[in-house]
Design a protein around this ligand. Structure first.
Ligand SMILES: [Fe+2]
Ligand SMILES: [Fe+2]
Length: 377
């Protein structure tokens, strides 16, 4: 969309180019892309049923070409006033999908030669609007599939964890946040960290294959029963084996190897050190930390600092030393997260002020500079 807007600005040689998209839920049009003087970091929102030129084009599906904006009664100077811009000529065309449904509006203003927009300009803009419409539809389809995939993974994970834990959702949320921050702190890319975050809820998926008599046994497991309990890793591995999607490939490694230990004393295979996939070394720390912090019939909930100290003492034993170092770095954020959760549950434990660790993700907040609708563009 950015590239299309840049091309429009270049080909039509205009001072301003804005691409508005329909927000069906809020019944508004919002500026997905706004290029030109004063429009950077600006989000314009207009009511779909308003009297603005953009709203009219979106409702009627017809282009509007204005040769003298300030003399046209449909034009409002509101945006010009807040962005210190003088709109002279203006062309707005609808963005339609293959079936003719309007998805948004393309708006350009002020040809550099100060001439009005002509039929040729309108043709070019409509052509580029068609290209943009198909790219929006494809992007939306991808997004829908991605959301559906994540939701399926999450619900599958809840199914596995739900059998023996009441606080499943909190556990899955906590371990995915910890895994994500650990991955970033270890220097993995945001994309890799997101795969780890999204795959982590499936680490115990193999539990679905365990009998209730073992999984729900209130007392201590016999050595034979414990052997069976250990097999949830192998079952998890079998369930996710040969997966095509990247997220399930990561989940496969996590479910099969999350009980392996750095010193080789884990299960199911007794792998040592870097023979254990990194994804599993990460989830191992996240899973143990969160498990310690919650109460179970057989144990009280540990304070976060106690659980943290346990993770440190297991450096080089149960856990990869570099993951423990990363955990140390992110711990102030984790401590805050748990304190917040406890506060939400009115079970706040005393927490000292901790230094802030800033998650290395940057977000650009768009500022809304336009006045409240209705107004025309
Ligand atoms: Fe497990
Ligand atoms: Fe777990």
């Amino acid at each position: 969309m950015d590239i299309i807007a840049q091309q429009i600005t270049r080909i039509l040689n205009v001072g301003r180019c804005t691409i508005f998209l329909k927000d069906g839920q809020r019944k508004e049009l919002w500026s997905k892309i706004a290029q030109g003087k004063g429009l950077e970091h600006t989000e314009i929102r207009l009511p779909l049923n308003g009297h603005s030129i953009v709203s009219l084009v979106a409702r009627t599906g017809q282009s509007i070409n204005i040769t003298n904006a300030y003399e046209d009664e449909r034009f409002s100077m509101a945006v010009d006033m807040v962005t210190d811009f003088h709109t002279k000529t203006l062309l707005a065309v609808p963005l339609k999908n293959n079936s003719g449904k309007v998805l948004g509006v393309f708006l350009v203003a002020n040809r550099s030669d100060e001439k009005p927009f002509d039929k040729k300009d309108e043709g070019i803009l409509l052509l580029l609007a068609t290209l943009a419409a198909s790219s929006i539809e494809v992007a939306k389809l991808y997004q829908d599939v991605h959301v559906a995939q994540l939701e399926t993974i999450y619900r599958l994970a809840v199914t596995a964890e739900y059998r023996d834990q009441q606080d499943t959702r909190a556990h899955l949320k906590n371990i995915s946040i910890i895994s994500y921050l650990l991955a970033l702190s270890l220097g993995l890319t945001k994309k890799q960290a997101e795969l780890i975050k999204n795959a982590s809820p499936l680490h115990d998926i193999g539990k679905v294959a365990l009998a209730d008599t073992i999984l729900l046994k209130p007392g201590k497991l016999t050595p034979e029963e414990f052997e069976i309990m250990k097999s949830h890793t192998v079952y998890g591995g079998k369930i996710l084996e040969g997966a095509h999607s990247k997220v399930l490939q990561v989940a496969h490694k996590m479910s099969l190897y999350h009980h392996e230990k750095w010193n080789g004393n884990g299960y199911p295979y007794g792998l040592k050190g870097e023979m254990i996939p990194l994804e599993a070394r990460i989830i191992a720390v996240a899973d143990v930390f969160d498990a310690l912090c919650v109460s179970r019939v057989y144990k009280r909930a540990w304070k976060t600092d106690e659980a943290y100290n346990y993770i440190l003492t297991e450096k080089g034993e149960s856990f990869d030393p570099s993951v423990v170092v990363a955990f140390k770095r992110i711990y102030p954020s984790i401590r805050k997260l748990y304190a917040q959760t406890a506060a939400d549950a009115e079970l706040m434990q005393p927490v000292e002020e901790t230094p802030e660790i800033v998650e290395p993700i940057k977000t650009v907040r768009k500022i809304r500079t336009a006045p409240k609708p209705p107004f025309s563009n």
